[in-house]
Design a protein. Structure first.
Lengths: 439, 417
């Protein structure tokens, strides 16, 4: 695989057109704040109050480079920056024709083209933006760190369109590696194809399909067997919320209490999504499912979700964490700790896993839903290490969005009335308060 | 016999774009790049700047040997291909050497056209297509000398400007009624024409040279009107034609250029063509057209390379949109898409004579179909995208016309960022 690079992200909805980035850019490059020298341009549609920016994207296959006849533009493969060499440039302007983003612009004061050079890795525009509309994205570091590792999942899977599970499965195994035995009980992870088709498994690692009730017990036995023959093999469960919090809870609880050595990942899509969208004990209050319908009497589920991650903390697990695929760096870090913890005892990770099919939202909105859940504090990201004995927020949200920003994205909540939304807000605040007691 | 999985003939933009596309998918497959040039790859577009002295001839190369080695490319300069045999999948070089290929890309480019002028072959004249041409022409510049340039296209005007800057007295002869007819309408062309007049370059429009002969160390040209012009230096810049000679006797279909489909495939299996030599669908035209420009060569080359290596991300060629940029006497111009309004088109024009500014937008129904400008602040690349994406303007059109720079940048941010 190639190399991933940092980028500057622009959030159009956060930009109010203040233009503070423009003088900051000029100042960095020329020492003066003359906007003529700014590599970033803010554009306004006054009538719609919407804004845009023209700025170099430091493309992976930059069209400006491909279209430069003088070799003045080049992609630096170590930093990712598209560099412009003033001495080689003949000022033909073809780069301005090639760039789809207005990323190379003409500077009338110098009679030359100019473009962003990322301020040597610490862009001035990002620091100057008062509303967080510009953000330096460093997620590519995950790609660089783990991109060359083997994808341990076969190419074809039968997940629903937009499914979170496939991404989760591929990333998890990439990080954990092939020295593993995977248990995927009945549920979406098995359903998307991990256990395979036509007598062939869907993973390139050993994988088995326990009963819904005995995942943790079987892994405990497998771990003990490998230890007896002198091999240190990681045991990994990837189970749904039904297989974890409902049907499989007794074996998980027992294994945790005995300190069995494994990584147990609960892929929580808040219900039985592959069997017809029935409620589970992690389905949240107010959610529609086929067994908590919306009618003249019932308005979705009447009880709130079982607090699985906290229950696992109370089991004296070595390591407990919550995670989300919208925050991959965070998840990779937690997997690293879980691998170590599972040499001593139980490591439990509870991954929030939105489901376009069962929750009724467009397939393209998966990451947005996952992100909003964190930004509203519906899904706080935290971890617990036994030796520290306390909870640590890994992505603290100081100014959470109102829960409606999350709920309104999802069909299973569309029936909620103001009273129910207020209740969910109140419960969200309460649960964050409870968690903070463990910090 | 040298055997190669991928053989690319021609090492300018189309060939290099194909090479990159192939190497993105296939790091190991043997790849041979041949060119009749004796040096590293360079762009013909750089030549006016070699002529002007802005670009140093030893620093114009688009790749060095190290980067070609890094991509495991067998680079063969000074190798002119003289025959292609599609049945045995072999090409023959002038040296007699044969290369066996699995997949062949013809990116042989174009050669200068010679207009039908009696006696032209017998008189010394320059063209501007290779590095050698540029250096020859550069060494022909004589302060206070005289020069005639045939053709007021981009190459002709670039040559004329640089000869004039070198102190020569220059006359340009153009057969059509305006300069740069392929890129600008009459009004914009008149402005460009004026910039040349103001800098002492005379441009004769609607004039044809019927005869050329050598007299007393000068070249004398007889115009169709009967008048004559005499100059020490003659530059022929009457356009280019695809280099297709090599395909004589092969089964590859050629019209004006090599006919290709939306994946740059010729009619012969295993042979692709891209760049100035190819004749492919137009964006606005239903017929296949030539489009000898750098951006088009890059795009066609990339598509050909992706198809040669079965890249699943390939999107078919949407057709050539005419486009270019042009710098002259301190001014900058660009042109994309339709220049003149067809029936049913609307035009939004802005002319500011005192700042030598000109801007023209052509709309068809609710879409932008053309944009051109002189000293305009529009982002040419964003105009290209709006046209090719057929971006729907709808009720934004009035705002777009009122402040096109801002609105087009906001649209870019919303649609394809």
């Amino acid at each position: 695989m190639g190399t991933g690079y940092n980028t500057i992200a622009f959030y159009q909805d956060k930009c109010d057109g203040c233009g503070d980035c423009v003088p900051a850019c000029s100042k960095h490059h020329t020492g003066a704040t003359d906007p003529a020298h700014s590599r970033i341009k803010v554009a306004k549609d006054a009538e719609q109050q919407s804004f845009g920016i023209a700025l170099c994207r430091q493309c992976g296959q930059p069209q400006c480079v491909m279209n430069c006849p003088s070799g003045a533009l080049s992609k630096d493969l170590s930093t990712g920056i598209v560099k412009w060499d003033k001495d080689k440039c003949v000022n033909c302007q073809l780069c301005t024709l090639a760039c789809p983003y207005g990323g190379v612009t003409y500077n009338g004061k110098t009679d030359q083209v100019m473009k962003c050079n990322f301020c040597d890795g610490d862009p001035a525009c990002v620091k100057a933006c008062p509303r967080g509309a510009l953000e330096l994205k460093q997620v590519a570091s995950i790609f660089n760190a783990w991109g060359d590792l083997e994808d341990l999942v076969v190419p074809g899977l039968s997940a629903c369109l937009g499914c979170n599970s496939e991404m989760l499965l591929r990333h998890t195994l990439r990080r954990i590696g092939s020295n593993v035995v995977v248990a995927t009980p009945p549920g979406c992870i098995a359903g998307v194809g991990s256990v395979g088709f036509n007598a062939k498994t869907g993973l390139k690692t050993p994988v088995f399909h326990p009963l819904l009730t005995n995942t943790a017990a079987m892994l405990a036995g497998a771990r003990r067997y490998y230890k007896r023959i002198g091999r240190d093999v990681t045991m990994l469960a990837m189970a749904g919320d039904g297989g974890t919090a409902d049907v499989g809870f007794q074996s998980l609880s027992g294994a945790a209490e005995r300190g069995e050595q494994m990584i147990y990942i609960c892929v929580d899509n808040e219900g039985y999504m592959n069997t017809g969208v029935q409620r589970s004990s992690t389905t949240p209050y107010g959610a529609w499912t086929s067994t908590t319908p919306v009618g003249s009497v019932l308005r979705g589920k009447t009880r709130d979700a079982k607090p699985m991650p906290l229950l696992m903390v109370m089991h004296n697990c070595e390591y407990v964490a919550t995670a989300s695929t919208a925050f991959m760096e965070d998840y990779y870090g937690k997997l690293g700790k879980a691998i170590e913890a599972a040499k001593k005892g139980m490591a439990y990770i509870h991954v929030f896993s939105p489901c376009p099919t069962g929750w009724r939202f467009p397939t393209g909105k998966l990451i947005e839903v996952a992100k909003k859940a964190v930004q509203t504090n519906i899904v706080p990201l935290w971890e617990y290490e036994y030796k520290e004995g306390r909870i640590r927020f890994t992505h603290p949200v100081d100014n959470p969005l109102p829960v409606q920003a999350y709920l309104s994205l999802i069909g299973k909540y569309k029936h909620l009335d103001d009273k129910q939304i207020a209740f969910i807000q109140e419960q969200t605040n309460r649960k964050i308060g409870v968690l903070k007691n463990f910090v | 016999m040298h055997h190669t999985k991928y053989l690319i003939i021609g090492s300018s933009h189309a060939g290099l774009a194909a090479l990159d596309a192939i190497r993105l998918q296939d790091k190991e497959g043997s790849l041979t790049l041949v060119t009749q040039e004796s040096c590293l790859p360079y762009s013909p577009t750089i030549l006016p700047y070699v002529l002007s002295g802005q670009a140093q001839p030893d620093k114009v190369f688009l790749r060095d040997q190290q980067s070609l080695d890094g991509l495991s490319v067998a680079f063969k300069p000074g190798a002119k291909v003289v025959a292609v045999d599609e049945k045995s999948r072999q090409v023959t070089l002038q040296s007699g050497e044969k290369i066996e290929y699995e997949k062949l890309l013809l990116a042989t480019g174009a050669a200068p056209k010679r207009p039908p002028v009696e006696g032209l072959e017998a008189v010394p004249h320059h063209v501007l297509r290779t590095l050698e041409d540029a250096l020859n022409l550069r060494s022909g510049i004589r302060k206070d000398g005289t020069a005639v340039v045939l053709g007021a296209g981009l190459i002709g005007l670039h040559a004329a400007e640089n000869l004039a800057k070198g102190g020569m007295k220059v006359v340009v002869v153009e057969a059509l009624s305006q300069v740069l007819p392929g890129y600008f309408d009459e009004e914009a062309s008149r402005m460009i024409h004026r910039a040349f007049s103001d800098n002492g370059v005379k441009i004769l429009l609607n004039e044809k040279v019927s005869r050329a002969r050598r007299t007393e160390g000068n070249t004398t040209l007889t115009l169709a009107t009967g008048e004559s012009l005499s100059a020490g230096l003659l530059v022929v810049a009457a356009g280019v034609q695809p280099r297709v000679e090599v395909l004589e006797g092969s089964g590859v279909e050629v019209d004006q250029g090599i006919l290709v489909d939306e994946r740059m495939r010729t009619n012969v299996s295993g042979i692709w063509a891209a760049g100035d030599v190819a004749q492919a669908r137009g964006f606005f035209e239903s017929s296949k057209i030539l489009n000898a420009t750098l951006p088009n060569a890059v795009e066609q080359g990339r598509i050909a390379g992706m198809d040669m290596v079965d890249d699943p991300a390939l999107k078919e060629y949407p057709g050539a949109v005419g486009m270019n940029t042009y710098k002259f006497f301190g001014h900058r111009a660009f042109s994309v898409g339709m220049i003149r309004a067809e029936e049913g088109c609307e035009v939004e024009k802005l002319v500011v004579p005192e700042s030598f500014k000109y801007q023209k937008l052509v709309f068809k129904e609710d879409q932008l179909v053309g944009a051109s400008g002189i000293n305009s602040d529009l982002d040419p690349g964003i105009m290209v995208q709006l046209i090719r994406r057929k971006a729907y303007l709808g009720d934004m059109k009035a705002r777009f016309c009122a402040s096109p720079v801002d609105i087009s940048r906001v649209m870019m941010t919303s649609i394809w960022r």
